[in-house]
Design a protein around this ligand. Structure first.
Ligand SMILES: Cc1cc2nc3c(=O)[nH]c(=O)nc-3n(C[C@H](O)[C@H](O)[C@H](O)COP(=O)(O)OP(=O)(O)OC[C@H]3O[C@@H](n4cnc5c(N)ncnc54)[C@H](O)[C@@H]3O)c2cc1C
Length: 310
């Protein structure tokens, strides 16, 4: 792992930085690149604009590792409010949620209760609730949560991370159940014992897993596959693979973060591919934002330029 990436990921876990930096105006200005604003209304306006560009969206309320059951219920209520607003505006928007934000750390039964309620509400609106995958220590509990939810809710999906050595086996275990899976490279600071340390290895694993997912989609159109990446090379390879397998152009979805890879998003939509954009909002954006900087340390220049801009 590069030194800059390691430092930024370490910073994302710092309580001191997360309590001080978000109040600095230059940091707030730089964050606007990746999130339209802190309020639901900001996300709804972004989704409306994206809809006009034929890019449906996904909403995430930022936050993780909450400390009380009441807090998790407040998070669930914020997601319910978002679903009702999405429905009212007829937006094509799904949800993506961090299990620890809904209580996985405190009590898995509480997370399940919160998520089941959300999945029921979203199901009545034909919308998907995807579980994000957090640091490696949460993978088993997240898979368990997903299985419990899926047994009564078809509209629940899960994210898998190509940087983890275990993911190939996890994917095999999931494919038979006609799942909805988003494959990402992985955003956390992981030890070599659990994650591939080199980008080339992560990329090779990403493509190996993507092939498995597309083949499963060909066998069973009920399998929903999404690729959460801005990597133009990965995307070109996946498009080619999908075509070679004889799948229709919109058989898989490319998911990207708001504000990243906009030209690539436009190019994919023009060529008939499905693109969905993840819009994040909320006040707890610090660790999430640091992970975005770590993905591309060149973005730190962006923050520095925001310091001198008025
Ligand atoms: C929809 C979505 C959902 C996600 N959900 C999860 C999750 O649940 N769990 C998890 O661990 N991770 C998640 N991630 C993050 C993911 O793991 C990666 O950290 C992130 O997508 C960066 O990797 P990449 O595939 O874009 O490729 P990289 O190899 O990091 O980058 C490839 C190229 O993409 C561009 N790029 C990538 N990131 C940025 C950036 N921040 N700013 C500007 N350009 C950039 C650059 O051109 C770069 O050269 C999610 C990502 C997306 C898009």
């Amino acid at each position: 792992m590069g030194m800059a990436r390691a430092l930024l990921l370490r910073g994302s876990e710092s309580r001191f930085l997360s309590q001080t930096l978000p109040h600095r105006p230059f940091v707030r200005r730089a964050v606007r690149r990746f999130m339209p604003g802190e309020e639901l209304s900001d996300a709804l306006e972004a989704a409306r604009r994206l809809d006009q560009l034929d890019r449906p969206s996904i909403f995430t309320v930022l936050g993780e590792n909450v400390e009380s059951a009441d807090e998790t219920r407040a998070v669930a209520a914020a997601y319910s409010e978002a679903l009702n607003a999405i429905q009212e505006r007829k937006l094509d928007t799904d949800l993506s949620v961090k299990p620890t934000h809904l209580g996985l750390d405190l009590d898995p039964a509480l997370a399940l209760e919160n998520l089941a309620r959300l999945a029921t509400l979203a199901g009545g609106m034909e919308r998907l609730v995807a579980l994000d995958m957090e640091a490696s220590g949460y993978v088993d509990a997240t898979l368990e949560l997903y299985r419990a939810l899926r047994s009564s809710h078809a509209n629940v999906g899960i994210c898998l991370q190509a940087y983890l050595r275990r993911t190939e086996e996890d994917l095999d275990g999931l494919l038979a159940s006609g799942p909805m899976i988003r494959l990402v490279k992985g955003a956390y600071n992981e030890a070599e014992s659990v994650a591939f340390p080199r980008k080339a290895e992560v990329d090779a694993n990403y493509l190996r897993l993507a092939r498995r997912m597309l083949e499963a989609r060909r066998e069973d159109p009920g399998v929903r596959v999404a690729f959460g990446t801005h990597d133009a090379r990965m995307i070109a390879e996946i498009v080619q693979l999908s075509d070679e397998l004889g799948l229709p152009p919109d058989a898989c979805e490319f998911q990207m973060l708001y504000g990243i890879g906009r030209d690539l998003q436009a190019k994919l939509v023009t060529s008939g591919r499905a693109v969905r954009v993840l819009v994040s909002y909320g006040s707890h954006w610090f660790p999430w934002y640091m992970r975005r900087l770590a993905e591309r340390p060149a973005n730190v220049g962006f923050v520095l330029r925001s310091m001198v801009r008025r």
